[in-house]
Design a protein around this ligand. Structure first.
Ligand code: HEM
Length: 553
């Protein structure tokens, strides 16, 4: 065949069928084309319309309305697709990166309505509003993330005000942690942590006089500190029975987004199997505890089955209708996650920042030496937590290296955010710690001294006042790593004690050095917009440790 011959193709000519006829015939033969093109047109129009309404200036300023909804493509589904494919953390990260400057606004993954607030006054309102609660969110979290059975979810949402206090979920979630993570209980708990950490460090490999190389400080901390936290909270029996828990927990934690997006089991079977194993172990462990004579009523702050706090919770759950063994196991998985997930990076970055700045290391070591317990060369944890420099160091780590999210849902009447916007029933407001932590205008207005160094940089002294005191006065609205209001993290004092006593133990009882200074520039990723989670070191940080003879002199 002549390669240059132009072959005839169906064309629109005056003699043959018209263009419209050909198109109509084609569409009749392929009806899905018309459905797809109608859908594309609807999406296009919806995008144009929703973008215009999001950007439109507010004409009627006297009318209080809901915040605008960020642009979307598909009516009814709104932003549901992005939510499903990305999971909660990535979804919010993308949204904050794009619209973070324009809050408050609404995001709507399908039937849910989320409000994003970053203004300090709005956040105060959200934390304090009586009409907002955490109930709906808890039902979601325990159902989706921690695998609670459907039959238990009502416990989180139904009104239990007619029941005795001990049979309400708030008793286990608010009253008990407040009681057992403060005052004398906090001291016992923190001492226990320090003793167990010392024991676990010694058990690994430390001998006086020998340098021990650690290839990656982050995974080393993951193993040793998670072990210590589990020994303290759930007792030493737990890891004896289920030694795989540490690895399983971090595998579970890595997959939180999979669970929050509601990914079906067949698409993430390994993640679900890991969670099943953790839950099964908690069920079995509790069963053994309940069979052990007198353990549940033991008044000691700690025994080999864990903290009194855990036993008191188990007892409370046993009296609540719907909280069966599986539901109690998900609650324990929640405690395992809540007590380790953010804690680990906070300890890692605290130690890392001190090790990489020799002048800070010298100052911190001097403070630790000055605050040893009287008459002995051991660490006095309650004193440690009052040293201004260490308090500031810890707060700065939480400000810059963690990204926490807190949420509350409007239960009944509207909540007025300001003279323009309100949140209506069913809206869940999200507060993210990180956009606030990096908001220069807010910090400089609240306390100008805090921005003497750029907020994107780590500055251990940021929270010190001109006369050297530690204070969050004026800046508490921009620093919310622990959430706020009634549900503010009850473990925050313990978290501080853990981070600072780990640092003091490492520096005081050991010599610790970074091995490879050349990796320092590569450790920190650019994670400005991260909405939830923590800044993970990009490369391994090798260190070496040598046990001192006694405590540092
Ligand atoms: C640096 C470490 C930690 C951070 C950044 C952190 C952060 C948070 C945040 C943001 C919340 C939600 C607060 C709210 O809704 O307003 C929370 C709740 C909670 N945290 Fe922590 N947390 C840490 C360590 C711990 C530890 C060590 C424990 C216990 C041993 C703990 C126990 C809890 C509990 C039980 C809740 C639930 C409170 C409730 O629902 O009322 N946390 N935490």
């Amino acid at each position: 065949m002549d390669p240059f011959t132009i072959h005839s193709t169906p064309s629109c000519s005056s003699s043959g069928p018209s263009c419209a006829d050909i198109t109509a015939g084609f569409i009749r033969q392929h009806p899905y084309i018309s459905i797809l093109s109608s859908f594309a047109i609807i999406c296009l129009l919806t995008t144009v319309w929703s973008t215009r309404s999001f950007n439109a200036p507010r004409n009627n300023k006297s009318k209080i309305t809901q915040p605008p909804t960020i642009p979307y493509m598909i009516p009814g589904l709104y932003h549901g697709f992005g939510f499903l494919i990305n999971g909660l953390a990535k979804f919010f990260t993308i949204i904050l990166r794009e619209y973070g400057e324009r809050t408050p606004f609404l995001v709507r993954p399908g039937p849910m309505k989320f409000a994003i607030v970053t203004d300090a006054a709005h956040i105060r309102t959200v934390f304090q509003a009586k009409q907002m609660s955490i109930r709906q969110l808890h039902a979601q979290i325990f159902g989706k993330l921690f695998g609670a059975p459907k039959s238990a979810l009502e416990v989180y949402t139904k009104d239990a005000s007619h029941l005795p206090e001990e049979q309400r979920i708030e008793y286990a979630h608010i009253s008990l942690p407040r009681r057992y993570f403060t005052g004398p209980h906090l001291n016992t708990l923190s001492e226990r942590y320090l003793a167990d950490l010392r024991h676990n460090l010694a058990a690994v490999h430390f001998k006086e006089g020998n340098w021990v190389a650690i290839e990656d400080m982050f995974s080393y901390f993951q193993r040793i500190i998670t072990r210590t936290m589990i020994d303290v909270i759930f007792g030493t029996k737990f890891l004896q029975l289920y030694p795989r828990t540490i690895a399983d927990f971090w595998e579970f934690d890595r997959n939180l987004d999979t669970f929050s997006a509601g990914t079906p089991r067949f698409m993430a079977s390994a993640a679900y199997e890991t969670r099943d194993r953790l839950l099964k172990n908690f069920v079995e462990w509790e069963d053994l505890m309940l069979k052990a004579d007198g353990v549940l009523d033991d008044e000691a702050d700690w025994n080999e089955w864990g903290l009194k706090f855990i036993r008191a919770r188990q007892k409370a759950f046993l009296s609540m209708e719907g909280m069966n063994a599986e539901a109690r196991a998900s609650e324990n998985l929640g405690i395992l996650q809540g007590s380790n997930s953010n804690l680990l990076p906070s300890v890692f970055w605290t130690v890392f920042e001190v090790l990489r700045k020799p002048s800070l290391k010298t100052k911190v070591t001097k403070e630790i030496k000055q605050h040893l317990a009287s008459n002995s060369n051991t660490i006095d944890i309650s004193k440690l937590g009052t040293i201004p420099l260490l308090q500031s160091l810890h707060s700065e780590v939480l400000r810059l290296r963690l990204a926490t999210a807190t949420a509350r849902t409007v239960e009944q009447t509207d909540v007025q955010l300001d003279d323009q916007y309100k949140l209506t029933k069913g809206t869940t407001a999200f507060v993210f710690s990180r956009p606030l932590a990096l908001n220069h205008a807010l910090w400089s207005q609240a306390r100008p001294l805090t921005v003497s160094k750029p907020l994107k940089d780590f500055w251990a002294e940021r929270f010190l006042t001109a006369d050297g005191r530690f204070s969050v006065e004026g800046i508490s609205g921009c620093w919310v790593p622990f959430g706020g209001g009634t549900h503010i993290c009850p473990g925050r004092h313990f978290a501080k004690n853990v981070a600072l006593s780990t640092l003091a133990l490492l520096l005081g009882e050991n010599e610790v050095e970074l091995v490879d200074w050349s990796v320092l520039d590569e450790v920190l990723p650019e994670e400005e917009g991260l909405a939830m989670g923590f800044i993970r070191p990009k490369v391994d940080v090798p260190v070496r440790l040598r046990k001192r003879k006694g405590f540092i002199q």
